[in-house]
Design a binder for this molecule. Sequence first.
Ligand SMILES: CC(C)(COP(=O)(O)OP(=O)(O)OC[C@H]1O[C@@H](n2cnc3c(N)ncnc32)[C@H](O)[C@@H]1OP(=O)(O)O)[C@@H](O)C(=O)NCCC(=O)NCCS
Length: 278
Amino acid sequence: MVIREATEPEIRTVLGWTHALWGDNRPFEGYVERIAKQMATRWGRTGYHFAVGLVGGQPVTACKRYRLRFGGVPTVGFGAVFTPEEHRGKGHAAELISGVMAQERAPYALLYSDIDPLYYIRLGFQPYPAYWVTATAEAGPVPFRPLAPYERAEALAIQLPGEFRPDRSPDYWDYLHERSPVELYAFVPDGTIRGWVAFEQEEDQLWLAAAGYDAEPEQFWQGLRALTAQHGVPKINGWGPRVAADHGYAYEVVKSPVPMIAGENLPKAVTWWGLDHF
Ligand SMILES: CC(C)(COP(=O)(O)OP(=O)(O)OC[C@H]1O[C@@H](n2cnc3c(N)ncnc32)[C@H](O)[C@@H]1OP(=O)(O)O)[C@@H](O)C(=O)NCCC(=O)NCCS
């Protein structure tokens, strides 16, 4: 099987395969346009491509290929791994994943499994712990305010101790924002920026997309409950660290999609955030 970056017509073919599954009920052209917009962001132009496996010149399997970094270490990310039914069970997807890993020569690889993680365990990946956290709104002082664009680089560099997630350069952040239009707030418990939160206002809740802080967790998590009350919704929920459970949050282990990572000497993760999910 030949493995290489997909051409534009091949990307269209691949999106034709995956539209029913991952098109979010958009019409096909809308789906194609959405992906094209993400690929055209400054980060997307080098960070986001499709890889295809070809047999006899025809695509038989495909995936998205992301060029990420974890703590500065090059990491290849995989998304939307797909083989059309008539080509399944011949090892094409497995060959594509290991082929792209070899081509990228990245020490780490990352994906989010929608299927039984055993499939990826056989390819050398291991599941990482991830949690859904939920808290009810509680009125109180709100130590948050909207983050100004010029404060972004400084604020987003703040992360939880031991947190393991793709490095978020301002360009990568713009790409994430193109995909998911979150609001960014600064955590300012004492007048200075000690953290941040990204969330989406939904009808009946705030969706917690990602956050970072280097302050008392109690202050941060209580503050989020107050921010939720301020937004007039009964709860906040999303991916988060287990430590949130000590501060009034309920949590459950995420069963799908399961973050999985491959590589030598992997750091221990304390959490995953849904914002980087692909
Ligand atoms: C999963 C998928 C990419 C595998 O493609 P493939 O080229 O057939 O992969 P391989 O030949 O390397 O492996 C085949 C194995 O995939 C595994 N597999 C397929 N679907 C699976 C699922 N839903 N759960 C767990 N394992 C699955 C089976 O173990 C299968 O082995 P079998 O042939 O003995 O039944 C393909 O089934 C597909 O496109 N599925 C729909 C999209 C999808 O769910 N993608 C995964 C997103 S994380």
